[in-house]
Structure formats: structure tokens, C-alpha cells
Write a protein that binds this ligand. Structure first.
Ligand code: ZN
Ligand code: ZN
Length: 340
């Protein structure tokens, strides 16, 4: 029997690449040959043990997947060889949240690659209704970023960013960067606050205005808006310092959107939420509509996604890749290339 590679999570900051039998698709599932998997901020939380209550022991992670169809049910639109991305969620469809349309916040939500088997393996079986077609014009390294782009599209949509809005993004990692690019594509005036000089440089190369480590975002926002405050601020950094000031930079009736995973309670200044009648909201995953918009946006050429890719690694290098990503420095997006 053919054996294939899979990366398994052993806990204690350990990923090991093993070989196993080729997975067999169940009824309604497609068999995928995985080509790229992005390493995400939430994967770094897994690596550090923060999600050990969700990730199975010896489980396989990876939820940002570009793959090629090997086989799919005959009544599907997916022929062998088709390139696909995977909307990595499983939901019940009947709970209150699902009935409201928040299927991605289902009471029994399972994220494939966190709670259930993900794509850090050569071959992966996935329910065919979780697949979306990738346009032929997109390179593999671009298409590998459709999942985080869908996150950004959802975030920008929920915050109702529009043309002419002034938008301040705290945190210029992959998601903050993509939020900036999506907001800009909608005609917003965007600044991204980031302390890592490598990322500041890359953000500028991508055409984003930045607030670097030597500047105070609160001061910049005040000057930028003649004291009014920005229309929308996104907290994507996960930094307690940013959480502390994010409500200080927004205008009357403006919006603060919390995107980062703040695993611990942190101080937030709620006085401006009252005094300036702010809207404070969270955004977590995505709707199917956000995926479709992300694919269309990337296909239109306005998001140079592959330029975020700072490094590609082999599956066997996953653990070192995580360590490098955690160490900061010269890193934006790291992709695991399963064709290597
Ligand atoms: Zn992700
Ligand atoms: Zn549900």
C-alpha cells in the first residue's frame, strides 16, 4: 500500500513527520493532493500549547490549504486535477448561530486543522462542500493565501469600511497587512502600525502607509484627523499596549474591531466607547460569501498576495518554521510546500 507523509503534533512544541497509509475518502468526500499550507498565527498558538484543549494528540494541523483534486464524488463540480482551496469548518446547520447565518460560529464548530484533521500532509480527505475552485490565473503561492484573505475580507466587511474612510490597523503581520490591502482596495485611506522593521519595509513596498516603532499611533491619528479620530481601528497585533489605546484613536460613532486572539484579559479604555458612542466588535472567521469575494479580489490582481510569502519550507521543517515565525525578525508569511 502506498504510504504518504503527514505531520503530527506531539505536544510540547513538537511536530514530527511520519508516513501513513493513503487516506480513503468517505462518501461525500474528495481526496486532495495538498500543494501548499500556510502557517497561521493560530498555528503558532497551537505550537505553544495554548490550544491543547482542542487539538487532538498526534493530530494533524493546517487550515490554510491549496490542493489539487485527486478524486471527488461524480455529482460534484470538481474534476481530477482541479485546484481548490478549503473552507476549513464543520458546523451543525441547526443551532441558533447557524440559523442566523453565523455557521462559522456554530455551537459545535470544528475547524479542520485545529479540532479535526487538517492539511499538513500529502493527501487529505475533505467533504466536497467545503471546496472552492481556484482561478487558473492565480499562482499556487497566491492561492495559498486565499484563506487569510477571506479572514481579512470578512473583517473589513463587518467593520463596514468604505471609500474615503480613514482606517488605522494595529499590527502589520499577514492578517493586518491583508486587512490594510482590502480596505485600500475599497477606497479607504489606511495606515498600519507595526514595530517590526522588516514588516514595516514590506508593508511600504506593498503600498501601505505605516506607523513605525518610533512613532506613537495615538499622536499620528490625532494629527492625521485634526483631532477627530479615525473612522475605524482594527486591533490585529495581540499586544496589550495596542488594546490599551485602540479606543482612544476612533472618532464619534466610529468602530473598533478586535481581530487578534487576546487569550488573556487585558486593560481596555472603555471611557471613549461611552463618550464617543463607539461600536466595539469582534471578527473571527468568515462566511462563504467572504471566501467568494476573496477569490474574486485576488483574481482581479489588486492583492499581491505572494509578496507576503517570506519563506517556503518542506513538511519536515514545520517545527523549525514555527520557531522561526515565533522568533519574529525577517518573517511575514511562511508556507509549507508539500511538492518539495
Ligand atoms: Zn489562519
Ligand atoms: Zn450550528
Amino acid at each position: 500500500m502506498a504510504t504518504v507523509r503527514a505531520s503530527v503534533y506531539r505536544r510540547n512544541r513538537t511536530f514530527e513527520t511520519i508516513t501513513k497509509a493513503m487516506p480513503a475518502p468517505a462518501p461525500g468526500e474528495a481526496l486532495l493532493r495538498v500543494r501548499r499550507v500556510g502557517i497561521c498565527g493560530s498555528d503558532l498558538h497551537i505550537f505553544q500549547g495554548h490550544l491543547d484543549h482542542r487539538v487532538p494528540i498526534d493530530g494533524t494541523i493546517g487550515h490554510e490549504v491549496l490542493a489539487e483534486v485527486v478524486s471527488a464524488p461524480a455529482d460534484s463540480t470538481f474534476a481530477p486535477g482541479a485546484r481548490v482551496v478549503v473552507e476549513p469548518i464543520r458546523f451543525c446547520g441547526t443551532c441558533r448561530n447557524c440559523r442566523m447565518g453565523a455557521t462559522y460560529l456554530c455551537r459545535d464548530l470544528a475547524v479542520l486543522g485545529v479540532d479535526a484533521t487538517g492539511g499538513m500532509q500529502d493527501y487529505w480527505t475533505v467533504p466536497v462542500d467545503r471546496l472552492l475552485h481556484v482561478p487558473d490565473t492565480l499562482a499556487d503561492d497566491d492561492a495559498a493565501l486565499i484563506e487569510p484573505l477571506a479572514v481579512a475580507v470578512h473583517d473589513v466587511g463587518r467593520a463596514r469600511v468604505g471609500a474615503g474612510d480613514r482606517v488605522l490597523v494595529f499590527g502589520g503581520g499577514p492578517i493586518g497587512c491583508l486587512i490594510g490591502l482590502v480596505a485600500k482596495a475599497k477606497g479607504a485611506d489606511v495606515k498600519v502600525a507595526e514595530i517590526n522593521p522588516y514588516r514595516v519595509d514590506l508593508l511600504q513596498q506593498l503600498g501601505l502607509s505605516t506607523i513605525g516603532p518610533d512613532a506613537d499611533p495615538v499622536e499620528v491619528a490625532r494629527e492625521w484627523t485634526a483631532g477627530d479620530g479615525v473612522d475605524i481601528a482594527f486591533e490585529v497585533s495581540g499586544s496589550p499596549d495596542a488594546a490599551r489605546v485602540v479606543t482612544d484613536v476612533v472618532r464619534v460613532w466610529g468602530t473598533v474591531a478586535v481581530i487578534a486572539i487576546h487569550a488573556e484579559p487585558v486593560p481596555v479604555n472603555l471611557y471613549p466607547v461611552f463618550a464617543r458612542e463607539l461600536t466595539l466588535q469582534g471578527s473571527r472567521l468568515y462566511t462563504r460569501a467572504a471566501w467568494e469575494e476573496a477569490i474574486a479580489l485576488m483574481a482581479s490582481g489588486s492583492i499581491p498576495a505572494s509578496r507576503l510569502v517570506s519563506r517556503k519550507i518542506r513538511l519536515e521543517e514545520l517545527q523549525q518554521g514555527m520557531e522561526a515565525a515565533l522568533g519574529g525578525g525577517l518573517v511575514m508569511k511562511v508556507l509549507v510546500d508539500l511538492t518539495l
